[in-house]
Design a binder for this molecule. Structure first.
Ligand code: ATP
Length: 297
């Protein structure tokens, strides 16, 4: 999953170069509109403001043509719905997310938002309407304020503080001698990995996207950050479509539907209660999760 935002990490390095003469965040954002992996269709049109319905229509995809990592996936996510992808390591969960953010195009089949095939729309007009919280969010070397305003550069300080409040970071930032002016390092050393994910959640809160894609951190977060992330999700998931790549039961349970992915295929779909009762793969995962939780407590 660390690979999810490799293209962005490269751009972050580019950003340092740009800082010399063209320091605007707009520049970085325009760079983010394209990646080497997908090509904009000559007749691509702007994606109109989205409601947030996402459709995978018989999607197959492989990073190299000899080995599909996604095979014949069909799924309809309703506008406003929260869906959690769960499944073993390497199952294809983050690859499915990368097809929605259009870091890649399907080898066959289609991914649609509100009925628009993603290949037919301008990439920038798609990304602008998506909020993405990667597992290891990238922070660029610059003031915390600009890191949070990344997708909403015109936001006021009041709005930034409101976003920080929504994710429980107000006290953390108030403790920093420079507050919002604190310069964050590129690899975010001054913040714990939980705090970095909270900064990314604050970014998403500020941008209020119709569609949120969140790749939950697997690394050992401190309990406080974990609780804050859970609480922030309750606020963030309201009134938008969300895809959660969930590694924790507590996150999966926030979803309206859980999609179990295994070896590039969807093997089960349903609510937590339905899947626990079904006696399949999810039931096994649930048993593992609950026994791990029992060990911790
Ligand atoms: P995890 O929970 O461990 O992150 P995942 O379910 O998200 O796993 P993916 O990251 O989607 O799984 O990976 C699916 C398959 O694709 C794996 O076999 C993985 O090794 C492979 N893969 C992922 N990214 C790339 C890439 N950039 N290039 C080549 N293969 C990749």
């Amino acid at each position: 999953l660390g690979a999810f935002f490799q293209p962005i990490q490269q751009l972050v390095q580019l950003y340092s170069t740009y800082q010399q003469g063209q320091s605007s965040i707009t520049k970085l954002k325009s760079l983010l509109g394209t990646t080497p992996d997908v090509v904009e269709a000559p007749g691509a049109v702007d994606l109109p403001p989205v409601q947030g319905q996402i459709t995978f229509d018989d999607v197959t995809f492989g990073y190299d043509s000899s080995r599909p990592v996604i095979s014949g996936v069909s799924l309809d996510i309703r506008a406003g719905e929260t869906v959690a992808f769960v499944g073993p390591t390497g199952a294809g969960k983050s690859t499915l997310a990368k097809l929605v953010t259009r870091f890649y195009d399907p080898t066959s089949g289609r991914v649609l938002i509100d009925g628009h095939d993603l290949r037919d729309v301008r990439i920038e007009s798609l990304r602008r309407q998506l909020g993405v919280v990667p597992q290891e969010p990238f922070l660029f070397a610059g003031p915390l304020r600009d890191n949070i305003r990344f997708a909403s550069p015109d936001a006021s300080d009041d709005e930034v503080w409101a976003a920080l409040r929504a994710v429980g970071l107000v006290e953390v930032v108030e403790r920093m001698p420079q507050g919002l002016d604190t310069v964050v390092q590129e690899r975010g050393q001054s913040l714990s990995s939980g705090e970095r994910q909270l900064v990314a959640l604050a970014r998403a809160f500020l941008a209020q996207p119709r569609v949120l894609v969140l790749d939950e951190a697997t690394s050992n977060l401190d309990l406080q950050s974990e609780t804050k992330i859970e609480d922030a999700l309750d606020v963030l998931l309201e009134q938008r479509t969300a895809i959660l790549i969930a590694h924790r039961l507590s996150t999966a349970m926030k979803a309206d539907r859980i999609v179990v992915v295994d070896d590039g295929r969807i093997v089960e779909v349903g609510s937590h209660d339905q899947l626990v009762a079904a006696g399949g793969k999810y039931t096994q995962m649930y048993a593992t999760w609950t026994s791990q939780a029992a060990e911790v407590h």
